[in-house]
Design a protein around this ligand. Sequence first.
Ligand code: DAS
Length: 326
Amino acid sequence: MTKSRITVLATGGTIAGIAGSALRHDYRPGQIDIAQYLSTVEGLGLEAEFTGHQIANIGSEDIGPKVWGPLHSAISLAIADPACDGVIVTHGTDTLEETAFLLDLTLPTDKPVVLVGAMRPADAVGYDGLRNFANAARVAGDGDAAGRGVLVVMGDRVFAARDVRKVRTRSTDAFRGYPRGSIGLVTPSALDWFGAPWRRGEAARFVYSDQLPPVVILYAHAGMDPDLARRIVGKDQRGVVIAGVGEGNLPNAVRNILIERRRDGVAVVRASRVDEGLVDREPEDDANGFIAARALNPQKARILLQLLLAEGVVDPAAMQTTFDGR
Ligand code: DAS
């Protein structure tokens, strides 16, 4: 059997973390480098050859454009290399969904790109990182993984970047897909897809930009002080995503401030703070010039809005079409 050739780009996180003792709850993410990691992986006897590159070695709470730029360039190089069959990105789990979605929007779909992490550090009892990595290797080496966009492998499941979200702070079963659940089941020895690829041979939807415009997330809650909206959504912001209550709702006084901001040219997207929160357009969105985030959670809606603004799209109707797409 020919081995698949997989490029592994490491960014840190718990999958490369160390606690120093099985009894410690706290640990340091990003302690093991990729060469060390791949020498452990070698012992698993997987049907793949790995080439590793260290992009960063940090907790994903610190991930942002400074890491996304080099990561995007390294993935693009790997995809263009005929000697590479697929890419794995190791990443902290906290912001994994944001990196996955950004890459999904800015990469072509002809080779598998798979993000993977772990919920327990490498020296924990029941470390999940090696199993997740072995699963990711099976997915990245599978011809049928291409054409589904960027993928996330966690807890024996495969998720599409647009759907995936972290829903638990501790369990190894910490990720879920919404509105589609997982799109495949995987173990180190087996992979089952639910349905055929739907994005075969697609070009990148957006040009990757290092200059993402400033967009804030405004978290709505009972008893919200409307002045908070005035302070957070300053004139220097190009956009705001509301993590609204229920179906993207917000207090009247806050809405009125955002209508003012919209008139100043700030893009306003209504998302929901509810985990499985579909937010549809309402008639007043037309009058206010607001956009409905649909099934995207606030952190993903922010990334899509930044990419739209970076490409010079400002018309709410055009933006809404992109938010409606998959
Ligand atoms: N430390 C966090 C991170 O790097 C948690 C993790 O990886 O699971 O995102």
